[in-house]
Ligand binder design. Structure first.
Ligand SMILES: NC(=O)c1ccc[n+]([C@@H]2O[C@H](COP(=O)([O-])OP(=O)(O)OC[C@H]3O[C@@H](n4cnc5c(N)ncnc54)[C@H](OP(=O)(O)O)[C@@H]3O)[C@@H](O)[C@H]2O)c1
Length: 415
C-alpha cells in the first residue's frame, strides 16, 4: 500500500492531538484514502523537553530537515504566533506541499496571501482548526457557498471568555475571580489578553469573512470590545429579563457589498440558540440565501477536537474536496434597514430618566444595587443620540435573530 507522508510543526496541545488522531484513526484513514498516513517528522523548539514520541518519527528543531523529507505531501502547522510560521508555510507551499494550519493569529493576517500562493503552486490549504476548534464551520461554509450566498454570520468564538461570563452569572463571581478560575482550569493563558480583550475572536471573525465572502473587512473598521468591563450585577440584571451576555463576533454584508464586522459583548434572548451555549463551548450561526439559518455548536478548543478538525481537513484536502472560493457579490435589493432594535440600559438609580424614556418603548425595568436596568425597544439613532448626551448611561444591544425563513413585509423581502 502506498503512503502519504506528513510532518507536524509544534508538539503542544494541538500537535499532539494531530499525532494521536492519525495514530488512533489509521484504519479509518486507510479506508478513506486507500493509503497509509505516516508522520515522518515533528518540529519543536525546545530539544530538552521530555516527550513521548514514537522513535520512528524524526524530532527536529530545524525546519530545513522537514523540507528535506522525500515525498512529503502535507505539513500540519500547530505553532504559536505569526513568525516563523508564515515563512515556513510559504516555503512549504513553494515546494508543492499541502498545508493544514490551526494558527489563527497568523492565518487572519497571512491567510489571503497563503491561499493565493497555494493556488499558484497547485496545492491546498486547510484551516478548519483556526476557527471554533472542533466545530466544522469552515467546511460547512466552503460547502454552502457552492450554491448559497452567505449574508450574515454570528459566533461565540472564544471559549475562555464564554466560560468567564458563564461563571460570573452562575456563581455571582467578579470578573477577576472568574478569570482566575479559568486560568486554574487551564482554559486561559497566563497572559489572557487575547481572549478577554477579543483579539482571538477578532482573528477568527476575519477568517470567517475570508471564507464566506472571499475577503475581509478593513481591520481598522472592525469594532473590538472585550468583556473586562462587565460585572456580575449586569449579568444578573440581564438574566431577570431572560437575556444573557455572550461575547459575539458578527459579520454582515450589505446591499453595496460592504462587510461590517464587530466583536463585543451582546445580549441574547432565551429564544436564541446562543442563549444555552455555556462554559467553553463555541457556536456559529450563519444565514445562507437558500438554506436560511444554520447553527453549529460544539467544543471550541482542546487536544482532541482540534486534532479532529485538522485530520478531517487533511482528508478533505487529499480527496480534492477544496475548491477556491471566489469573491461573491450581493444584490442591491438585499439592503436591510436595521435601524430598530432592543437594548438594556444601565442608569444610575438617581438619574432622571422619564424625559428620555418616551423615545423608546419600555419593556421592563429592575433596580439592582445603585443601578436601574431598563429594557427598551426603539430606534438605533435615538439610542446613539442618547448615549452621546447622557454619559451616565450604558447600553447593550440585543442580538438580532436571524429568521429561519425570509419574511415578506410590505412587498419587500426582509432577510
Ligand atoms: N490549544 C487549542 O485548543 C487550540 C485550538 C485551536 C487552535 N489553536 C492554535 O494552534 C496553535 C498551537 O496551539 P497549542 O495550544 O498547541 O500551543 P502549545 O501547547 O503552546 O504548543 C506550541 C508548540 O509549538 C512549538 N513551537 C513554538 N514555537 C516554535 C518554533 N519557533 N519552532 C518550532 N516549534 C515551535 C512548541 O515547541 P516546544 O514544545 O519545544 O516548546 C510547542 O510544541 C496556536 O496557533 C493556537 O492558536 C489551539
Amino acid at each position: 500500500m502506498s503512503v502519504i507522508n506528513v510532518a507536524i510543526l509544534g508538539f503542544g496541545t494541538v500537535g499532539q492531538g494531530v499525532c494521536e488522531a492519525i495514530e488512533t484513526h489509521q484504519d479509518r484513514l486507510k479506508e478513506a484514502l486507500g493509503k497509509e498516513v505516516k508522520v515522518r517528522a515533528i518540529l519543536i523548539k525546545d530539544p530538552t523537553k521530555k516527550r513521548e514520541i514514537n522513535p520512528s518519527i524524526k524530532v527536529t528543531t530545524e525546519f530545513k530537515d522537514i523540507l528535506e523529507i522525500p515525498d512529503l505531501h502535507v505539513i500540519f502547522e500547530a505553532i504559536v504566533g505569526e513568525e516563523p510560521c508564515y515563512t515556513y508555510l510559504s516555503e512549504a507551499i513553494e515546494k508543492g506541499i499541502h498545508i493544514v494550519t490551526a494558527n489563527k493569529a497568523m492565518f487572519a493576517k497571512y491567510g489571503p496571501d497563503l491561499l493565493e500562493k497555494a493556488l499558484n503552486h497547485g496545492v491546498s490549504v486547510g484551516f478548519e482548526a483556526t476557527t471554533a476548534g472542533g466545530i466544522p464551520v469552515i467546511g460547512t461554509i466552503r460547502q454552502l457557498i457552492k450554491v448559497n450566498e452567505i449574508r450574515s454570520i454570528q459566533g461565540i468564538l472564544n471559549g475562555t471568555s464564554n466560560f468567564i461570563l458563564s461563571q460570573m452569572r452562575k456563581q455571582g463571581l467578579s470578573f477577576e475571580a472568574a478569570l482566575k478560575q479559568s486560568q486554574e482550569k487551564g482554559y486561559a493563558e497566563a497572559d489572557p489578553t487575547s481572549d478577554i480583550e477579543g483579539y482571538d475572536a477578532f482573528y477568527k471573525l476575519l477568517i470567517l469573512s475570508q471564507t464566506a465572502f472571499g475577503r475581509q473587512p478593513e481591520w481598522k473598521d472592525v469594532r473590538r470590545k472585550g468583556i473586562t468591563h462587565l460585572t456580575a450585577e449586569w449579568l444578573q440584571a440581564a438574566e431577570s429579563f431572560r437575556l444573557r451576555f455572550k461575547h459575539v463576533g458578527s459579520l454582515e454584508r450589505d446591499g453595496f457589498n460592504r462587510i461590517k464586522g464587530e466583536v463585543k459583548p451582546i445580549l441574547v434572548h432565551d429564544t436564541h440558540p446562543f442563549y444555552g451555549v455555556e462554559d467553553v463551548e463555541n457556536a456559529v450561526s450563519l444565514k445562507g440565501s437558500l438554506v436560511g439559518r444554520v447553527t453549529l455548536l460544539g467544543p471550541g478548543a482542546g487536544k482532541r477536537p482540534t486534532g479532529s478538525a485538522m485530520v478531517e481537513d487533511f482528508l478533505s484536502l487529499i480527496q480534492g474536496k477544496y475548491t477556491d472560493s471566489p469573491e461573491s457579490t450581493v444584490h442591491n435589493e438585499e439592503i436591510r434597514e436595521g435601524s430598530s432594535g432592543q437594548w438594556v440600559l444601565r442608569v444610575r438609580a438617581n438619574e432622571e430618566y422619564q424625559s428620555w424614556i418616551t423615545l423608546f418603548t419600555l419593556k421592563d425595568r429592575i433596580q439592582l444595587g445603585s443601578h436601574l436596568y431598563v429594557f427598551v425597544e426603539g430606534k438605533k439613532e435615538d439610542i446613539e443620540a442618547l448615549l452621546q448626551s447622557q454619559e451616565q448611561i450604558q447600553a447593550v444591544s440585543i442580538l438580532d435573530e436571524i429568521p429561519l425563513e425570509n419574511e415578506v413585509k410590505e412587498g419587500v423581502a426582509v432577510y
